[in-house]
Design a protein around this ligand. Structure first.
Ligand SMILES: Cc1ncc(COP(=O)(O)O)c(C=O)c1O
Length: 386
C-alpha cells in the first residue's frame, strides 16, 4: 500500500506536464484533456498570464493571514460582486468549504432574527462536498455510508419538481441549496422555469435561495454564472473549481442583507483569500474577459453537442446527450468505464458522472480543432467497444 491514504480509484497514468488542452504523462504519451482537473483548469494548463501572475505574486507575498488587510482579496471580492450582482464575498479553499460557509451563514441569518428556521432543502442526486455538513446536504447515499451520526437539519426533494419543493417547505426551512446543473450526479440541468419558480417561492416565504455553482460557475455554462441563463439571482452563491484556474480557492457570495449575519469571530479560514489564490483568480477573470472565453464556450458547446448528437444517432447504446456550455453529459445504457479506458488509450481524457454518463469538461479556451479531434477519438472508440 502506498503511503498516501487510499481514498481515490486512480487511473493508471501519471501526468507531469500540460499546455493548453494537452497533457503528457511520465512516459511521454500525449493526451487531449477533456477533464480539466474536474473543471478546475479553466484556462487550460500553463496559461502564460496565469503563470506570470502566480510567479509575480509568489515573489512579493504568498500569505500573511486574515489578521491583516489583503488588497488582492478586496479586489477579487469587488470583482465577483460586480459580476454576480451580490454584495460581499467570503473566501476559503474549496467547494465544500464554500458550501459549509453558505450553510453557516444561512443558519446565522435566521438565528439573528430570532427565528427557528435552520433546515436546508437540497436535491436528490446533488453533490455539495465531503465535509460532514456538505455530504449530508448531498442527495447521494454513497457519500454518507459509515459517517453517521450525520448533522440534523437537511431534507431532500427531486430536482425540477416545484410542487414537491413547496410541500417540503415549512416553518423550519432556512434555505434551498441547488446546483443549476448537477455535475457529479449525472449532468442533470435544472430547467430555467424551475429555478425561476424557486426564486418566487423564496421571495414569498423569505427563505434563502442558495446556488452551488462550484462546478457551473466561472464561465463553464457559457455565462459567468449558471444562474444568468435564468434572469434570477440567488441570495447566496458558492464558487470554487475554475475560479483559481488550478490554484485552490473557494468563495461564498451573498447580498448584504444576508452577509451581515457574519461578524468577526463568526467564521474564518487560515488560508482563505490569501494573496496568491486571489491574484490567480483575478487573472482567470481577466483572461476570460480579454480572450472572449464566454463566447468561445458557447461556440464550442454547439460544436461538441452537434458532434455528440451525430454519434448518438448512429449508436443505439447512447440514450441522451445533455448539458450546458462545456459541461456536457452523454448517457449510455451500459457502464462507461470501458469506454473511458479506450479513449484514454487513444489519447483522450474523459470522466464519468455516475456509472452510465460520460462527462465532457474541456478548458474554456478549447479550440474547434481540439473538439473535432476529441469527437474523432470518441467515434473510433465507440466503434471499437460496440
Ligand atoms: C457542485 C459541487 N459542489 C461542491 C463540490 C465540492 O468541491 P471540493 O471538492 O472543492 O470540496 C463539488 C465537487 O465536485 C461540486 O461539483
Amino acid at each position: 500500500m502506498s503511503a498516501v491514504m487510499n481514498t481515490y480509484a486512480r487511473y493508471p497514468v501519471t501526468l507531469i506536464k500540460g499546455r493548453g488542452a494537452r497533457v503528457w504523462d511520465d512516459a511521454g504519451q500525449e493526451y487531449l484533456d477533456f477533464i480539466s482537473g474536474i473543471g478546475v483548469n479553466s484556462l487550460g494548463h500553463a496559461h502564460p498570464q496565469l503563470v506570470q501572475a502566480i510567479c509575480g505574486q509568489a515573489s512579493e507575498m504568498l500569505h500573511c493571514s486574515n489578521l491583516f488587510h489583503i488588497p488582492q482579496q478586496v479586489r477579487l471580492a469587488e470583482r465577483l460582486a460586480g459580476l454576480s450582482g451580490l454584495d460581499n464575498a467570503f473566501f476559503c479553499n474549496s467547494g465544500a468549504e464554500a458550501n459549509e460557509a453558505a450553510i453557516k451563514l444561512t443558519r446565522k441569518y435566521w438565528h439573528d432574527q430570532e427565528s427557528s428556521r435552520r433546515t436546508i432543502i437540497s436535491a436528490y442526486r446533488s453533490f455539495h462536498g465531503r465535509l460532514l455538513s456538505t455530504l449530508t446536504a448531498s442527495g447521494q447515499d454513497k457519500v454518507k455510508v459509515g459517517f453517521d451520526p450525520l448533522p440534523p437539519g437537511f431534507v431532500h426533494v427531486p430536482l425540477g419538481d416545484i410542487e414537491a419543493l413547496r410541500a417540503a417547505v415549512n416553518d423550519e426551512t432556512a434555505g434551498i441549496l441547488l446546483e443549476p446543473v448537477q455535475g457529479e450526479g449525472g449532468v442533470h440541468v435544472a430547467a430555467d422555469s424551475y429555478l425561476q419558480a424557486v426564486r418566487e417561492l423564496c421571495d414569498e416565504t423569505g427563505i434563502l435561495m442558495m446556488l452551488d455553482e462550484v462546478q457551473t460557475g466561472i464561465g463553464r455554462t457559457g455565462e459567468m454564472f449558471g444562474f444568468e441563463h435564468t434572469g434570477i439571482k440567488p441570495d447566496i452563491l458558492t464558487l470554487a473549481k475554475g475560479l483559481g484556474g488550478g490554484v485552490p480557492i473557494g468563495a461564498m457570495l451573498a447580498s448584504t442583507k444576508v452577509s451581515q449575519a457574519f461578524t468577526p469571530g463568526s467564521h474564518g479560514s487560515t488560508f482563505g483569500g490569501n494573496a496568491l489564490s486571489c491574484s490567480a483568480a483575478l487573472t482567470v477573470l481577466d483572461v476570460i474577459e480579454k480572450e472572449g472565453l464566454l463566447e468561445n464556450v458557447q461556440t464550442q458547446s454547439k460544436r461538441l453537442l452537434s458532434g455528440l448528437n451525430a454519434l448518438k444517432s448512429n449508436d443505439a447504446d447512447i440514450k441522451l446527450v445533455r448539458g450546458s456550455g462545456l459541461l456536457i453529459g452523454m448517457e449510455f445504457d451500459a457502464e462507461v468505464a470501458p469506454l473511458i479506458a479506450a479513449c484514454r488509450e487513444r489519447g483522450l481524457l474523459l470522466l464519468p458522472a455516475g456509472p452510465k454518463v460520460l462527462r465532457f469538461m474541456p478548458p474554456l479556451n478549447v479550440s474547434a480543432a481540439e473538439i473535432d479531434e476529441a469527437l474523432a477519438i470518441l467515434s473510433a472508440c465507440l466503434e471499437e467497444t460496440s
